[in-house]
Every structure is written in C-alpha cells, then in structure tokens.
Design a protein around this ligand. Structure first.
Ligand code: DX5
Ligand code: ZN
Length: 226
C-alpha cells in the first residue's frame, strides 16, 4: 500500500446486506469504492455487535482494494494477530479502548498491518499527539460509534488541528459517520483524505441495482473534490 493523498471513498459494509457480503463487496469495488471499511463491534465498547475474525477472513476473499478494519472493541491486543491472519490491510483501534494505545499501535505494525487510531467525538485531537509517529491513519468519528445512519457532528476544528499536528508525516485522516454530499466538502476542506460512508453509499441501491452505489460514490467524490 503506497501513500496516496487523494480523496478516497471507503464504503462501510455495515450498511450492506448481511446475508450477501461477498456480492456486496464486489459491487462497491466495481462501482468505484477505493477501500472497503469493515466495522467490528463487540457489544461492550459500543452498544452493538457485528462480526469477528472468521467473518472478516471470509470478506477478504472478495476484497481486491484495501481492507480497512475499524475495531470498536476492548480490549484490542488479544485480537491483533487474528485480524492480521484474517487479512486486514489497515487495523484501527480506538484510543479510548485501553490505557496502552502506544503499545497497541506498535503491535499492529509488528503484525504487518498499517496502524490506525480512532477518536470518539468527545476525545480531543491532543489524545493522539504522541502517537502520530506510530500511526498510518487517524480516524475521526463524527458520530458516536455503534450504528450507521446517525447525523454528522461538525468537528472540523478538530480535523484542522490534527492536520496541523500531522505536518508532513504520511498519516491519513479518515472521517467516519454521517459523511454524505453535504458533509464531505467540509471535512475534506479541513484536511481529511479518507471518507467512510455507509448509508450515503448504499442508500437506494442493492447488489442487483449496483449502479446506484456507483452514482452515490461519484456524487460524494465530486462534492468532496469540488
Ligand atoms: C459507526 C461506524 C461507521 C458507520 C458509518 O460506528 O464506524 O463506519 O458504518 O455509517 P454512516 O455513513 O451511515 O454514518
Ligand atoms: Zn467505522
């Protein structure tokens, strides 16, 4: 994975048909999605439960782009090797998930993956200040994690602050939650380059109407770049 500063759209399969992940993943990639965003929830760190390493490993067989795995679990460390084995390209842990995010990011890289660190809406940018040399991505949550389809929280000040703190390091800023054609330009203007979108990509489409995914992805990208 080479570092690319252009805007990337990462459809979240949290909004896909859970009985048909293989075809859904192929559809969003065919329709122009840059990364596949996979939301892992444990019913403990967040009040919702999705899937674990065996499911993520099965998704991998269908992903030809980048598998971007967002862990909303605590603890993280006991599962890092399982997600490496499942084929995650990027593994993101929440800074709120435990006291030793520094060690967690080191372990993710040591397992051969890119390391991401995510911040809940209430967590300040400064929480990751001393982690930036260990991170390949900072994920700014613009909703409280746990569910798709929530309304966007305007944290553009935090995104700007992070972009300043990152300086010339090769660290992506990913925005997760409520990204659509209205909010994409705000966050890209503030310095984000990866846009996770669940409902705004899957809305109105299906594997049999995959062109709608394509229209939605192109509309978000055009808004972000315009
Ligand atoms: C929320 C997840 C998101 C979610 C975004 O906890 O991390 O990735 O799928 O969904 P939308 O784009 O619908 O807000
Ligand atoms: Zn996510």
């Amino acid at each position: 994975m080479t570092f690319d500063r252009r805007v990337k759209i990462a459809p979240s399969i949290l909004s896909a048909d859970f009985a048909d992940f293989g075809r859904e993943i192929r559809a969003i990639e065919d329709q122009g999605g840059d990364w596949v965003h996979v939301d892992v929830m444990d019913g403990h760190f967040v009040p919702n439960l999705t899937f674990g390493p065996p499911a993520v490993k099965a998704f991998r067989r269908h992903v030809t782009t980048v598998m971007d795995v967002h862990l909303m679990i605590a603890p993280v460390d006991p599962y890092i090797d399982a997600y490496a084995e499942a084929g995650a390209d990027i593994l993101t842990a929440h800074v709120e998930a435990g006291p030793h995010t520094h060690r967690t990011l080191q372990a993710i890289r040591a397992a051969g993956m890119k390391a991401g660190v995510a911040l809940n809406p209430g967590t300040p940018a400064e929480a990751v200040e001393h982690l930036l040399d260990l991170a390949d991505l900072v994920c700014v949550m613009t909703v409280n994690p746990g569910f798709g389809g929530q309304s966007f929280l305007d944290l553009t000040g935090k995104i700007r602050r992070l972009r300043e703190m990152i300086g010339d390091r090769e660290v992506h800023i990913e925005i997760d939650g409520g990204v659509d054609t209205r909010t994409a330009p705000l966050v890209v203007g503030a310095g984000a380059d990866v846009l996770v979108a669940g409902s705004a990509v899957f809305r109105g489409g299906s594997v049999d109407k995959a062109h709608v995914y394509g229209e939605n992805i192109r509309a978000i990208r055009a808004a972000a770049e315009g």
